[in-house]
Design a protein around this ligand. Structure first.
Ligand code: ATP
Length: 400
């Protein structure tokens, strides 16, 4: 349909990038990228009307448009470009180009294929860098020798593709990786761009399988001062994933950034001063919370052991974020006391509705102020300890 609309406008359009790769891998592509030689806006607006798009955004500055079809399929239209990197790791200078220049700016040969969409020549494959052969051989190959120096985020993109699709770097690309690391190419990369790529990596379901690659590609320094000493990290991350899945199945609406428990697990044996160094550079959300969790985790077995009442245990968990609790459940998976009390907190205690609110306490004669807050806290503790369970016995408990 897009091809027909493009034809009416006299605009060549091509399916490009991951969607073409995924077609050959027989995988569903999450979104479709279309490269347009010509007026992207005219094509985007014609598509918007004809595919009954539910969402539409045009960015004049980048010549790109995002549309969502009524079936929920995301469609990204972008004008073909030509890119020039003014300095290593800097953002590229961009000019309008054609499909050849647009493929030439891409990261790996397997992502540098295009399929013509216009009805004339529909389905013709443009594969100037032999991406199809590399895909069959399971190889990630850069398009030129300066690729990683121009844009080091490609190294982390490569690590993700290698993990997701069980591919290897082609030997000459591995050599380029070594040269890029010798040139300290991640130093000029902005913290925001580095963090974006690391976040995508931490979000991978196959993250445990990325760890041997982090070692082989000598990239651990991006995440921690030294590679992990023990071989338990893959198991720990696997357990972390299981806990995340458990929580998401129980509470699909619970907001959770899955990269946070993963980061906590990767950092659980790292000095806080080294972590602070990363957090100063990367825009990680809620860093204070993350550091507080990392500080609390080692002492959990002891503090929970000392806590005699359910309310005391709930208070301990209340001081840790949900992400931190999931990480604790992975770290202390063999300690049933910790795992059971964490589950009880996440499933029950965290969601207990208050039996009496501040206003109700005031109608019972209590004055507004700090003592009211204290009474609410005591009521909550009594409720957690099973001493009260409804408004009536809460009121009697108060009178006593
Ligand atoms: P997926 O979406 O499945 O992770 P993808 O290949 O579609 O994979 P995107 O990040 O959506 O990944 O990028 C779309 C395409 O844009 C890529 O296939 C690649 O051709 C190109 N691309 C993205 N980032 C870069 C980059 N840093 N350098 C060169 N090309 C890039």
């Amino acid at each position: 349909q897009i091809g027909r609309i493009a034809q009416q406008l006299g605009t060549p359009a091509y399916l490009v990038g991951g969607a073409v790769r995924d077609l050959f891998l027989k995988r569903d592509a999450p979104d479709l990228d279309v490269a347009v030689e010509g007026d992207t806006r005219a094509l985007a607006e014609a598509c918007k009307a004809q595919i009954h798009s539910t969402h539409y955004q045009f960015h004049a500055q980048f010549g790109t448009a995002i549309l969502e079809s009524s079936q929920g399929m995301a469609l990204d239209l972008a004008q073909c470009r030509l890119e020039h990197y003014p300095a290593p790791a800097a953002l590229p200078e961009v000019r309008p180009g054609n499909i050849q220049t647009d493929l030439a700016r891409r990261d790996f040969t397997v992502n540098a294929m295009a399929i013509r969409l216009n009805p004339q020549q529909f389905g013709i494959l443009l594969d100037p860098y032999d991406g199809q052969a590399d895909l069959q051989a399971g190889l990630l190959r850069t398009l030129h020798s300066r690729s990683f120096l121009d844009d080091p985020t490609r190294i982390l993109r490569g690590l993700r593709f290698a993990t997701r699709f069980q591919m290897d770097l082609a030997p000459e690309s591995h050599q380029q990786l070594k040269q890029a690391l010798q040139a300290d190419i991640f130093t000029p990369l902005s913290g925001a761009r580095l963090w974006r790529e690391l976040r995508y990596l931490l979000e991978l379901e196959a993250l445990p399988s990325a760890l041997p690659l982090l070692s082989a590609w000598k990239l651990w320094f991006l995440l921690r001062p030294k590679p992990p000493a023990s071989s338990t990290l893959p198991t720990l991350l696997q357990r972390g994933h299981e806990q995340i899945q458990w929580l998401q199945a129980q509470f699909p609406d619970e907001p959770l950034d899955v990269f946070i428990p993963m980061l906590i697990l990767i950092w659980q044996d790292v000095r806080l001063s080294d972590i602070q160094h990363c957090l100063d550079r990367w825009p990680v959300p809620d860093r204070g919370r993350l550091l507080a969790d990392l500080r609390a985790l080692p002492g959990l077995p002891e503090t929970l052991l000392k806590a005699k009442h359910p309310s005391q245990k709930a208070n301990i968990w209340q001081g840790v974020s949900v992400a931190g609790i999931l990480a604790a459940m992975a770290i202390y998976a063999d300690n049933a006391t910790i795992v059971d009390s964490a589950r009880l907190y996440l499933q029950v205690q965290k969601h207990l509705p208050s039996l009496l609110n501040g206003q109700e306490l005031q109608t019972l004669g209590l004055k507004a102020g700090p003592s009211l807050g204290k009474t609410l806290k005591l009521l909550r503790e009594a409720q957690l300890n099973g001493e009260i369970s409804n408004k009536e016995n809460a009121q009697q408990w108060l009178i006593k």
